[in-house]
Design a protein around this ligand. Structure first.
Ligand SMILES: [Zn+2]
Length: 294
């Protein structure tokens, strides 16, 4: 039973969609209220938003492992903000809030994506419910073998959580489509939680297609770590499409194609995500999976 739910926006200060959705819902809380649970809203990183940045010192969405939250020597702006949020919504391990929906956007062409970091029938049914009402929705399972304790995502302060990740939209920009898709997916999640609480989950498809994160891969780099190329045009904007062994995925600035070296077909997400240039990450690689709702 989920009694207390929090919708979080602005975990990344330049992802405006979630920030303005929060403002909208703070003015009209009835839109996100449901009978069987309380809904709270939290603006996660107002300082980064104030400076129009993803973060100031550290990516806030990497600061929530139990070990880091307990480490008092970690005291950057985001590391301290993580501890405040952990007080407010958590503490992680025995949290006040039962379920968190964390709102994100991506510059990649991922469409409306539900990111799930935990395994279980609840999540599979939630994903099926969202997909049933929003056929364009993509379901992506991200390191769902990890325990909540190990996960560094803000949303994992609660025992149960999801991230809503919608794109493409530039950083610090609003897009009508992305705004509405983010709102729709969030409201569907609230509706599902309400039905789940009331033991009224409707008939769902037996299985749904989803993706599971395998690894992140980097842009081509020189020996001294300078960027040596970019994402190939053939996979630009092709999130959740198949990448086959031998297919060009990068091109050097000199025009030489670099091909995917893996042994089996994979799928890409967060392809050429602007925020990932900090770490020279080029994309995530995924495998296709099937989730069962039974
Ligand atoms: Zn984000």
């Amino acid at each position: 039973m989920i009694k207390k739910l929090a919708i979080v926006g602005g975990t990344h200060g330049n992802e405006f969609t979630g920030i303005y959705l929060l403002k909208k819902w703070q003015e009209s809380p009835e839109m996100v209220a449901r009978d069987s649970f309380d809904t709270e809203m939290l603006m996660a990183n107002p300082q980064a938003y104030g400076q129009n940045k993803r973060y100031i010192d550290h990516d806030l969405n990497r600061c929530f492992s139990v070990a880091d939250l307990a480490n008092d020597s970690l005291s950057s702006i985001e590391q301290r903000r993580a501890k405040e949020i952990n007080q407010q919504l958590g503490p992680k391990g025995a949290p006040r809030i039962d379920f968190i929906i964390d709102l994100h956007t991506t510059t990649s062409n991922m469409g409306p994506t539900l990111l799930i970091t935990k395994k279980g029938k609840f999540y599979n049914q939630l994903a099926a419910y969202v997909k049933m009402h929003m056929p364009d929705a993509m379901i992506s399972c991200d390191e769902d073998d990890k325990t909540n304790e190990e996960h560094h995502f803000l949303s994992t302060v609660a025992l149960d959580s999801v991230m809503v990740e919608v794109g493409p939209v530039n950083q610090s920009v609003l897009s009508h489509d992305v705004f509405e898709q983010s709102a729709q997916m969030t409201l569907l999640i609230l509706d599902f939680v309400e039905l789940y609480n009331r033991d009224e989950v409707p008939e769902l498809p037996e299985t749904i297609d989803a993706f599971r994160y395998i690894e992140s891969i980097k842009l081509p780099l020189t020996a001294d770590g300078e960027r040596a190329g970019m994402v190939h045009r053939n996979i630009q904007n092709q999130d959740f499409k198949m990448i086959e062994p031998g297919q060009p995925i990068f091109v050097t600035f000199g025009g030489q194609e670099i091909c995917y070296q893996g042994e089996k077909s994979v799928y890409g997400s967060f392809i050429n995500e602007a925020a990932y240039y900090d770490n020279n990450l080029a994309m995530s690689l995924l495998e296709k999976i099937t989730l069962s709702t039974r």
